[in-house]
Structure formats: structure tokens, C-alpha cells
Design a protein around this ligand. Structure first.
Ligand SMILES: *Cc1c(COP(=O)(O)O)cnc(C)c1O
Length: 373
């Protein structure tokens, strides 16, 4: 085709989508990729074999539509989560992003608002606006923490239809107490979504929002297999909530939205939850080593209950990101002042990052100031 291709401006695009930017974490084939909080450990060999058998089995019936209710998978998630949950309390989708989209399709949409405490997961505004709802950002306190009083006050003022609480928070790693979740729930008549994408990396004795579900029919706890389960490429996310709320999601999902292959793979992986999660402790160890070393190098690492570390006191984040890139290490510049975010990888990957950063000297790399004549 040699005709000049059209631009977005030439298309009859929805006016509320004009000027928006798509999600765009760089996907570069670098030796050390620590930029999107994946679990960098591969699925263990024996588990991979069992998953493959299940997928092969499902493939023989792939001429038929899959179980629309993905019953076996919902039972698997209920067993995994515990807390007395049954399949009736569970929903799943192609990544927790799709699960969040279902929630917004049911409870957001035109004329409604969704709310998150900035900085938080960059997909909340994109998913919200995708349904035609408005996204409102609240604020956090010192070191990106959020107190029950401040959160409840902001929610009472904004009166959103949907509130996102990312616990622990991405991109900052910040823990969120259940007292904050309770206070927010009491301050709104809307849906409260607690996104526990990183819960498995939190201290073992920390309380999950799952413990708050009984008697709170507007509360949703979402999880993903992308991080702790090393299953990002399979695209499987899920949530737990009151069975009535699950019925609301049936109104907006596409029929048969979870393929038979996805259901088979995820159900098999869940049967091996302990082996799949075996690397979590190792990753938590690397996370804590990264934080300690960053501190020793003169940076400010924020407290993290996740598989990544946000750190500040970077003189020139763009120049440092670029200098690491040139050494084959990909991390994330999430646009926070003087800050960068790195995922905890294997021991070797984490060392490669720390060595590369140390080689840049105090404060990281500095941009070349252009000479002006
Ligand atoms: C990674 C992440 C997700 C998970 O996304 P998937 O679609 O399940 O891969 C959800 N929420 C947050 C805050 C995340 O960081």
C-alpha cells in the first residue's frame, strides 16, 4: 500500500476517546526485563507437563463451545482462596484487566464515575473511560500511604460509583490496611474494588480483604494469576464477591469469554498452586535485597509488599532508564518525580540490575546538557 494511511483524526472516533493514549509499557527483547512485574521464574517442568496434558485433552473438544460458566475453574479458585468461599462467589476473565472491565461495564458507564488514589494502576482510568465513565483521582499522604480518615473523606466528597483500592499499590508497593478498606466501604454506596494483584507477596500474616467480604455485598476482591503464579502469558484473572454481584457480571461478559484452552490451563495450574507459588518467597527475598542495596547506594526505596520496588532520589530518571537499557536492563519509568520502578527478578537478574545501577555512580546517569550557541 503506498497510499498515505489515515490518522485517528480522520475516523469517526467517540469524542471521549480523542486525545487518549493507549497502555504502552515498552516490550523490548532485552536480556534482563524487569519492567512489568512479571514473575521471571518459568513454570516448573512437571507442572508445565501436567498443564500441557490438560490443554491437549481440551483441544480434542475444541470444536465445541467451552463451559460458559467455567465451573471447574471457579471451584479451583474458591478452593485456592479459602475463607469459606464457593464457586458462586467467583468470577474470572482473560486477565484481571478483563475482570475489572466487566465490573466497569456493569457498574460504570456513561454518566458515572470511578475513583482511584493517585499514583495507582494506570489501567484504572483507561478501563473506566473505555466504558464511557469519568475517572477521578484522589491523593495520598507521605510516602504514598493512605489513611482511613483521608480516604473516607475523599470518597464521601467524590461519591463515586466505583472505587479502586490497589492493595498493595502499584506502582508504589505501598501496603493498605483493612481499616482503610472498611472506612471507604462505609463512606460510599458504590462498588469498592480491592485489587489484590500482589497479595501473595505481602507478609504471610497480613490480612486480605477477603476477610471483609461477609455482609458487604458491594465489596469485590480481585486477584490475578499473572504475578505470583507466573502465568502472565495465559491471561487469567479472577475475583471474589457476593453471588448477586457475580450475576451482574453475567449481564456484560461476552458469551464463552474464557476459552476451553484457558480454562484447562488455569484449572491444571491451580491444582499445583503450592509448586506454582514456590518462587514467591525467593522473589520476596530478592525484593528485600534490592531495597537494601538501593538504600546503600543512596537511593530512597519505598516500603513494598509486592514483587517490585519503587525508588526515588534518582537525579535524572530518563537518563538512568536509558543507561540501564543500554546495559541490557529494562526497568520502568512510571513518570513519578525522580523515581523509577524495578521488578524483583531471579537472583542473577536482580544482581544484573543492581550492578548496572551501581556502575552509573551516585544519583544515577545524567542527561547530556546540550550546548547552546
Ligand atoms: C499486573 C496487575 C494486574 C493484573 O493484570 P492481568 O490482566 O491479570 O495480567 C492487575 N492489577 C494491578 C494493580 C496490576 O499491577
Amino acid at each position: 500500500m503506498d497510499a498515505v494511511s489515515a490518522s485517528l483524526d480522520d475516523l469517526p472516533l467517540r469524542s471521549d476517546l480523542r486525545g487518549q493514549m493507549p497502555y504502552g509499557a515498552p516490550q523490548a527483547p532485552l536480556p534482563v526485563a524487569l519492567n512489568v512485574n512479571e514473575n521471571t521464574h518459568p513454570v516448573p517442568e512437571e507442572v508445565a507437563d501436567d498443564i500441557l496434558d490438560s490443554v491437549a485433552h481440551a483441544l480434542r473438544e475444541v470444536n465445541r463451545y467451552p463451559d460458559r460458566e467455567f465451573t471447574a475453574l471457579r471451584e479451583g479458585f474458591a478452593d485456592y482462596l479459602g475463607h469459606g468461599l464457593t464457586a458462586d462467589h467467583i468470577w474470572a476473565g482473560n486477565g484481571s484487566n478483563e475482570v475489572l472491565q466487566h465490573l466497569l461495564q456493569a457498574f460504570g458507564g456513561p454518566g458515572r464515575t470511578a475513583f482511584g488514589f493517585a499514583p495507582t494502576y494506570s489501567m484504572y482510568p483507561l478501563l473506566t473511560r473505555g466504558t464511557g465513565a469519568e475517572y477521578v483521582s484522589g491523593t495520598r499522604g507521605v510516602d504514598y500511604t493512605l489513611s482511613a480518615e483521608s480516604a473516607a473523606e475523599q470518597i464521601a466528597d467524590a461519591a463515586p460509583d466505583v472505587t479502586f483500592l490497589c492493595a498493595p499499590n502499584n506502582p508504589t508497593g505501598t501496603p493498605l490496611g483493612v481499616d482503610v478498606i472498611e472506612a471507604v466501604y462505609d463512606a460510599t454506596d458504590g462498588i469498592v474494588i480491592v485489587d489484590e494483584a500482589y497479595q501473595e507477596f505481602a507478609p504471610r500474616d497480613s490480612r486480605s480483604a477477603l476477610t471483609l467480604l461477609p455482609g458487604r455485598e458491594r465489596l469485590v476482591v480481585s486477584r490475578t494469576m499473572s504475578k505470583a503464579f507466573a502465568f502472565a502469558g495465559a491471561r487469567v484473572g479472577y475475583l471474589a464477591a457476593d453471588p448477586a454481584l457475580i450475576d451482574a457480571l453475567r449481564l456484560v461478559r461476552l458469551p464463552y469469554h474464557l476459552s476451553a484452552l484457558t480454562q484447562a490451563a488455569a484449572t491444571a495450574a491451580l491444582r499445583h498452586a503450592p509448586e506454582m507459588l514456590a518462587m514467591v518467597d525467593e522473589i520476596v527475598g530478592q525484593r528485600d535485597r534490592i531495597s537494601a542495596t538501593l538504600d546503600a547506594l543512596g537511593y530512597h526505596p519505598y516500603e513494598s509488599w509486592t514483587n517490585f520496588v519503587l525508588f526515588s532520589d534518582v537525579d535524572d530518571p530518563a537518563a538512568t532508564w536509558q543507561a540501564l537499557y543500554e546495559q541490557g536492563v529494562l526497568i520502568r519509568d512510571i513518570g513519578l518525580p525522580r523515581s523509577l520502578r524495578v521488578t524483583a527478578g531471579t537472583e542473577a537478574e536482580s544482581t544484573a540490575f543492581l550492578d548496572a545501577l551501581a556502575s552509573l555512580g551516585p544519583g544515577g546517569a545524567h542527561g547530556v546538557t546540550e550546548e547552546r550557541g
